[in-house]
Design a protein around this ligand. Structure first.
Ligand code: IMP
Ligand code: MG
Length: 193
């Protein structure tokens, strides 16, 4: 029987990579005070870990969006449910995403943020699923180049589950998970590490 999912990036790989990203971003923004904007809910966990690796004063903000039905037809347009609570004009803004897949969501959010006239605007994503890209989009900061597979854990969900997995798992049998959304619940234990 096919294993439903297996560890793609373990918690220790993630910790090390987030630490490295933090060092890189710190070096790039030295003397500045970037505004990090994260997208709920998936990006929240990455943001929380990333900012603790930044040796800089930073501001953090959250956006919450809801996708219109048939995201591809709407070309990534989303409804903004929660917006940044500060003026971004002249600021150094970094959009922090959990994953860039087709690129439609990030491209839309970048266009929304760009319209607010920041001094600079960069995209930082933990996972980059470049093989699935519909629109050309190259994030400035990438945690991992992710294979073309469905992943869960460390903020990423399937049917709102598994955001609290410490590891990032690659789902091999998405049909089985759709049939039984709780198929991976047994992995939510420290012993699974
Ligand atoms: P986009 O296709 O780049 O617009 O990505 C849209 C959103 O789809 C991401 O922000 C995630 O919330 C979700 N997503 C894409 N790929 C995955 C995945 O492998 N696991 C969980 N969520 C995903
Ligand atoms: Mg999701």
């Amino acid at each position: 029987m096919m294993e439903v999912a297996s560890v793609l990036y373990g918690r220790e790989d993630v910790r090390r990579r987030v630490e490295e990203l933090g060092r890189t971003i710190t070096g790039d923004y030295i003397g500045r005070e970037p505004v990090l904007v994260s997208v709920l809910k998936g990006g929240a966990m990455f943001l929380a870990d990333l900012i603790r690796e930044l040796d800089l004063p930073v501001e953090t903000h959250f956006m919450a969006i809801s996708r219109y039905a048939g995201a591809e037809e709407s070309l990534g347009r989303v409804q903004i449910l929660l917006d940044v609570q500060t003026d971004l004009a002249g600021r150094d803004v970094i959009l922090v995403e959990d994953i860039v897949d087709t690129g439609l969501t990030s491209r839309y959010l970048l266009s929304v943020l760009r319209a607010r006239a920041p001094a600079s605007l960069e995209l930082c994503t933990l996972l980059d699923k470049a093989a699935r890209r519909i629109v050309p989009l190259a994030p400035r900061y990438v945690g991992f180049d992710c294979p073309d597979a469905f992943v869960v854990g460390y903020g990423l969900d399937h049917a709102e589950r598994y955001r609290n997995l410490a590891d990032i798992l690659q789902v091999h049998d998405l049909a089985a998970l759709r049939l039984d959304p709780d198929a991976l619940v047994h992995l939510l234990t420290r012993a699974a590490a």
